[in-house]
Design a protein around this ligand. Structure first.
Ligand code: 5GP
Length: 363
């Protein structure tokens, strides 16, 4: 047994220190980034925020809505050739990825989709535990079969495995084990790594090899997205923050609740109506039953199911996140998102914000 003594950080452990800035307005901030990927040599230009390949988030409708702003979507693994057919013309190839697991069937599905639609450029190879040897072999096999596609692979949280996946053929490594909003891995297994430190360490390893990383999971607000970029993430992937919207396709549940209060003028009880959408982790019981018919006996669920307040169209959430990020850039004097990491000094804090009236946002 060993103990690592160095203090590792989560988003909530830091704030970004403001700096003198010549920027007059948030309008002056450019959030677009341009990357060329190490193996595929494909160029990418856009705002590097991604919707996660989760039910209710990684849908074609979300991809169509996000690409209007230059954002990216990793589509869910269950998308088929037939699902794509009516939309493939309208999907911008620079802004979505096909996701896959690592078994034979997954590989066959991937081949079928990529043969049917040669315009698709991005492949996201996604497993909960990117440390298995089988995963490394699979990444290598996909790289050999598709030398010109841009490959995303994960998830890992350490520099050594980031390098290993890049050398196996990944252009972009997805970083994050256990930080997700509907993830219970840390509770079920005790395994994980504080997300901000994972980003800092993996980004340094990837950038040294001319590759890129995605910070995946754990962002709860636009400030966390800014901290992820500040820590060196090239892309930031969001699940919970993009869930609960019309384009996610979930059922909207209307809940009518007796508040226990009474209107003193009419003596009538006061009811409250709220709409919710179900959201669940992709390793939750809900997801396994929906996508595979059952929870296999040898594994336990490592995700949970929650009810989120229904949030309407995703457009307003996108604008909220981009507005927050532009504001961060003006606070530290970064005219382009590219400069945000260089301009960031994190200060360690014991308290992130004032919660006297709750921790919510302006409604
Ligand atoms: P969020 O942005 O909601 O905090 O995190 C999204 C990320 O959580 C996803 O991209 C994925 O990496 C991770 N995730 C999604 N479902 C599950 C799950 O059921 N279990 C675990 N351990 N992680 C999950």
């Amino acid at each position: 047994m060993r103990i690592e003594d160095e203090h590792k950080l989560d988003f909530a452990d830091v704030l970004i220190r403001p700096k003198r800035s010549t920027l007059k307005s948030r309008k002056d901030v450019d959030l677009n980034r341009t990357y060329t990927f190490r193996h595929s040599q494909k160029a990418y230009k856009g705002i590097p925020i991604m919707a996660a390949n989760m039910d209710g988030v990684g849908t074609i409708e979300i991809a169509l809505a996000l690409q209007k702003h230059g954002l990216f979507t990793c589509l869910v693994k269950t998308i088929t050739v037939d699902d794509l057919r009516p939309h493939i013309e309208n999907l911008d190839a620079e802004h979505f990825a096909i996701s896959t697991g690592t078994n034979m069937q997954d590989f066959e599905n991937l081949k079928t989709i990529l043969e049917a639609y040669p315009k698709i450029q991005f492949i996201c190879i996604d497993v909960a535990n990117g440390y298995s040897e089988h995963f490394g072999h699979f990444v290598h096999k996909v790289r050999s079969t598709f030398p010109n596609h841009t490959i995303i692979a994960g998830n890992v949280v350490t520099a050594d495995m980031t390098q290993e996946l890049i050398l196996r053929g990944a252009d972009i490594v997805k970083v994050g084990i256990g930080p997700g909003s509907v993830c219970t891995t840390r509770i079920q297994t005790g395994v994980g790594y504080p997300q901000l430190s994972a980003i800092i360490e993996c980004a340094e390893a990837a950038h040294g090899l001319g590759a890129h990383i995605i910070s995946d999971g754990g962002c709860t607000c636009p400030g966390d997205v800014a901290k992820a970029f500040g820590g060196g993430a090239d892309f930031v992937m969001l699940g919970g923050m993009f869930a609960g919207h019309d384009e996610g396709g979930g059922h909207i549940i209307l809940e009518k609740r007796n508040t226990g209060l009474v209107d003193l003028q009419t003596n009538e009880p006061i009811y409250e109506e709220k709409s919710f959408v179900k959201f669940y982790g992709m390793s939750s019981k809900t997801a396994m039953e929906k996508n595979y018919g059952e929870v296999a006996e040898y594994r336990s669920s490592e995700g949970k199911t929650v009810k989120l307040p229904y949030r309407g169209q995703v457009n307003s959430t996108v604008l909220d996140i981009l507005g927050g990020l532009r504001s961060t850039c003006t606070y530290v004097g970064a005219r382009h998102l590219k400069e945000l990491s260089r301009s960031t000094t994190f200060v360690r804090v014991a308290r992130q914000f004032n919660q006297v009236f709750g921790n919510g946002k302006d409604s």
